[in-house]
Design a binder for this molecule. Sequence first.
Ligand code: UD1
Ligand code: CA
Length: 515
Amino acid sequence: MSSPRPSAVIVLAAGEGTRMRSATPKVLHEIAGRSLLGHVVEAVETLVPEHLVVVVGHGRDLVVEHLAAIAPRALAVDQHQQHGTGHAMRVALEGLLAAGIDLHVSLPLIVVAGDTPLLTGETLQRLLQTHIDEGASSTVLTAVLENPVGYGRVLRDPISGHVTGIVEHKDADPAQRAVREINSGVYAFDVTALRDALGQLTKDNSQGEEYLTDVLSLHVRAGLPVAAVAAADAEEILGVNDRAQLAHARSLVRDRINLGWLRSGVTIVDPATTWIDSLVVLERDCVIERNTGLHGLTTVATGAIIGPDTSLTDVVVSEGASVIRTQGSGAEIGPGATVGPFTYIRPGTRLAAKAKLGAYVEAKNAVVGAGSKVPHLSYVGDVEIGEGSNIGAATVIVNYDGIAKHRTVIGDHVRIGSDSMLVAPVTIGDGAYTAAGSVITDDVPPGAMAVARARQRNVEGWVERRREGSAAAKAAKAARVSSAPGAPSPATSSPPTSGSAPADPGQTPHEEPSQ
Ligand code: UD1
Ligand code: CA
C-alpha cells in the first residue's frame, strides 16, 4: 500500500467521562466485546502510524493496563489534570519528547478522541490524504447532523466557504448554534504548525479549558491553510459521552457487524436481536436464530444452527451442529452434535461428533465421545465419556466431596440408568450398565451391571388400613373388590408382606437415545 503514513496518532483519553456516571473509565466501556478505546485503536492502526500515543488521566492505571493488553506498542502519557483537549495535546507532545521520540515533522500527525468507536480506517485514510493533497496545516473531520447539540460547530467564511474556526456549543451564539456541520474531534495536523498554535492557546472560554479546536482559528489567522473533510457517514463520528450514546453506538456497531456477516453468506434471522462480537468468526451457510449473542472468540462452522435464545462465549461450533436455547462458554461442539434446549455448558466441555447434551443438562469440563448422549436433566462435571454411551435422565456426576473435585471415566457403549449418582473418582468400564437409582461409589468392570440401591418391598393393604376413608383407600378397595371374584391377581390375593421378589435390575428402564 502506498498510502501516506502519519508520524503519530494521538488518542485523547484522559477525560473523566462524568456523564457516564460510572466507576469504570469511559474508554473502557465495551461494545461488541471490545473497549471504546480498543475500537479506536483498531481503526487508527490501519494507518500504520510510526508512533501511537494515548493520553491517560482518569482511571489511568486501569486504562494503562488495558492498553498494554490491546496495543503493547502504544506510549501512554499522563495528563495529571485535565485542562482541556488543547492541554492534552501539549502534554502528548511533551511526553513524546520525554520518551526521546523525535517526530518526523514532514509527516502529518493525527488526533482522535478515545470515545468515537465507530470511526473507520477508511475515513481516517481520507482525512490524511486530503490533508496532504491540500498542503494544509490543520484538517478537521466534520459531519452534518440533524441534531448537532453538544458538538463544536464548524464556522466557514460565507463567501469562500473556507473553514474559519470551530466554536464549542457552550460558547456559541444562536446563529452559530444553528450550524449543523460539527467537529468530529478528529484532525490531521502539521507538527510544527500545531506546536506553534498550542503555545498560543488560552483558557478564555466558558469552560476555562485550553481547546484544541482553537488551533484551527489560530492557523487561519496566521494565514496557514486549513481544510475540512466530511465523513461519508455521519454516524461514524458519534462520540460516546453518556450511556444513552453508548447504547446507540452499540446498536450501530451491531448493525455494521451483522450486515458484514449477512453479505458474507450467513443467515441472521433477526438482526435486531443478534449480537455478534468483533472477533467472532462465522462460516457461510450457518444460521443464527433470533435473540442470540456470540461473544469472545466464538466460531461457527458451515451448516450449524445457533439459537434462538442462546449466548455463547469462546465456543467453537463445528459443521452441522445445533445449539438451541443454551448458555455456553469455553467449549467445543463437534460436527453434527446437538445441544439444548435449556442447556448450560461450562468451560472445558468438549462434544465429539454427533454427541448430545439435551434439556436441563449442565456440563462442566466434560468430554463426551462420538455419538454419546446426555439427553435429560443431568449434571456432568469433570468426566470423560467414551463413544456410543447413554447417560440416563437425572444422572449426576458427584464430582465434589466438599474439599476437592474428582474425575469420572465412563467407557464406550455404557448405559447409565436413570437417576444414577456416580460418586467420583469412579470408572465405569466399556459396555457396563448401572441400574436406575443407583449410587455408584466403586468402579464397575466392563460389561457388568452395577446395582447399588435398596430392594423394593410392597406393604400390602397399607392404604386401606392406615388411610381409612381417603380417596386412595376407596380406590384401593374398589380395585381389590372388582378383581377379587373369578381371577384374583397376585397383588390383591396375597397377604401383606415385608417384601417381594426384586425386579431383574437388567430390566430397569434406561433412558435410551430419544427422538
Ligand atoms: C470535543 C470538541 C468538540 C467536538 C467533540 C466531538 C474540544 C474543545 N471540543 O468536545 O468540538 O465536537 O469533541 O466529539 O475539543 N480529553 C483529554 N484531556 C482533557 C479533556 C479531554 O484527554 O483535558 C479527551 C477526552 O477523554 C475525550 C476527548 O478528549 O476522549 C474529547 O473530550 P470531551 O470532553 O469528550 O470533549 P467534547 O466536549 O465532546
Ligand atoms: Ca466527547
